[in-house]
Write a protein that binds this ligand. Sequence first.
Ligand SMILES: [Zn+2]
Length: 309
Amino acid sequence: VNDLPEWEGPYYKLLSKNDSGEASGHQSGVVIPKSFDPYMPDLSQYSGIAPSVSISATLVFNGNVVGRVQTRYQYQTWGGDRPPERRITGNLSPLLANSRENDLFLIERNVENDTVFRLSLITSSENTYAQLISTFSGKRWGLLQSASPFVARAEIEMQAKEIEAAATGPFVPFEADAKKSIVTRIARSRAFQKEIARLYPVCAMCGSALRSPKGASELEAAHIISRSSSGTDDPRNGIGLCRAHHWAFDVGLLGITDAGTVMVTHLNILPSNTSLVALHERHLIPPSKTQFRPHIEATRWHLKNVFLN
Ligand SMILES: [Zn+2]
């Protein structure tokens, strides 16, 4: 019941001459219709002539992966002289260099990470093209009929408030979500990630916090009772970990004691895993709001069901 699709979307757009670069004096990149902005990363917190958020994207040209790039979602304000425009721009030439007006541009976003996208171009000569555009009823952009929904920022904020409110009450470790809509489940999952990211600026086990120059963080939000076991999205069932320690925690190489210290499995420590030993008996770095520290019911469940003992 907890399975979510890997991607939201696709949202489609038939390219204009401006997008494909056929128009003279064009800006590079694909213009994003205003109606799709509530689903893209929030730029309202930034100011300046061209505020932008860095996003990573897998580029797919007629079904083949042709690149993995850092691009950005940008708000071009033109100094207020013209109506503002939103674009995905930068490093898209593997897709746009050979594109033409009315080619089909598809946007998908990773359910687990809202700055990870898959951007696809389908040219009008492709077999799938005619079949897809027959479903558009003349509209140049929108959600594909077969698509998973996109979840708006407002929905995620609502879920974040709900999660925070619930976390001031008694801890309920399991949460049946069979009755929730897919939009609610995606929004909840993303709200959980944002909440854990706010609470844990560094890995709670090792203190590491790798960041790219553009600010992308390597840290991940781990469920202590896994989602596949219907673990709750209450932040007390979560912990912020670096990728390596998230992985080691999920496979049971690491656990958390009642005293809030790290426990490393003593079973069959492989030479490749010896770096973990230094974590043994370390105190977890607490979250910024200490009342949201990992709940003992969750850490005990993990020790009993996941930790290798
Ligand atoms: Zn770590």
